[in-house]
Write a protein that binds this ligand. Structure first.
Ligand SMILES: [Mg+2]
Length: 299
């Protein structure tokens, strides 16, 4: 009788021991993996910090005085989602993202006010729409309510990104023309237009994309072709006509793109002699100046 009781007790203790062992193993595995993650995060943070520090040390106030960093060497960081949320918290009204854009606004405005541009003929700014002028919450796109427009039908209105909207408005006061080139499809033309109008921006022209954002070269080709015609010519062209434009007009009234602004590299790079302003996006939350293949972080 006692023997039987004793053996049952032993079996129960043995089972408890096994359960405890399993729990200990699970706990160890969890702590090891957690440490690994936090180490890799802190490493990537320290790397990006040292990169940005090395960039800032060599910065100067002049746009042309950029550090010799080639675009290919920029590493887009895969940021943890909570870091993205922290960066965009309060957007598009306040927070780190908006503070960063205010610095962009200030530097760009100083650049546009330069004496060398004051009497420049055909001076133009090319600008993107989504997450440049209008806020679409890029890390988790929002679907704002559809509104009815008397002429244009269903329209979706986004919130303005104020620092960039202010930059565009001030640029217009300084005599710059504004051309919007968006990767949105042609069916979004009027939506883009009514959004701009609601923000108080009346672009000289809006070009949409027949590639619906699937062609990385689209905007670069459009910018190159714009530089070979006058603003009046451009106003009378469709996106497809401009994209396939082969002519060249030698006129002092040709479009003179001084600056191109957007949140993707395809919005800014590739064309010589104009200042590219690359705004933050979730995969890389820095702003950059890009000029003739060289870049610097805007801090
Ligand atoms: Mg965009």
């Amino acid at each position: 009788m006692y023997k039987k009781k004793y053996s049952v007790l032993l079996i129960i203790m043995f089972r408890i021991l096994i359960i405890l062992l399993v729990l200990l193993i699970v706990f160890l595995i969890f702590t090891i993996s957690f440490n690994k993650n936090s180490n890799s995060n802190s490493n990537s943070n320290s790397n990006s910090n040292s990169n940005s520090n090395s960039n800032s040390n060599s910065n100067s106030n002049s746009v042309e005085n950029m550090k010799n960093v080639k675009l290919d060497s920029i590493r887009t960081t895969r940021n943890p989602f909570n870091y993205i949320l922290e960066f965009y918290r309060g957007a598009p009204y306040k927070g780190y993202y908006i503070e960063n854009l205010k610095k962009v606004e200030k530097e760009c405005l100083n650049y546009l006010k330069r004496d060398s541009f004051s009497n420049l003929i055909g001076k133009t700014i090319v600008i993107d729409f989504d997450d440049t002028i209008g806020w679409t919450k890029p890390y988790k796109p929002i679907q704002p309510e559809v509104e009815k427009h008397r002429i244009y039908g269903d329209v979706i209105h986004f919130k303005p990104i104020k620092p960039i909207v202010n930059l565009v408005k001030n640029a217009i006061k300084l005599g710059y023309h504004i051309i919007v080139i968006t990767a949105r499809g042609p069916h979004m033309l009027y939506q883009t237009m009514t959004n701009c109008h609601r923000f108080g921006i009346y672009p000289d022209k809006i070009f949409t994309s027949c590639f619906y954002g699937q062609n990385q070269m689209f905007k670069q080709i459009m910018r190159e072709n714009l530089s070979r015609m006058t603003l009046n010519d451009a106003k009378n062209m469709t996106s497809n006509q401009l994209l396939n434009y082969k002519g060249k007009k030698d006129s002092i009234y040709n479009i003179n793109i001084v600056m191109t602004v957007g949140d993707r590299w395809c919005d800014v790079k590739g064309v010589i002699g104009m200042l590219g302003v690359k705004l933050p996006e979730p995969s890389d939350m820095n702003s950059y100046f890009y000029y003739n293949g060289e870049i610097r972080v805007i801090e």
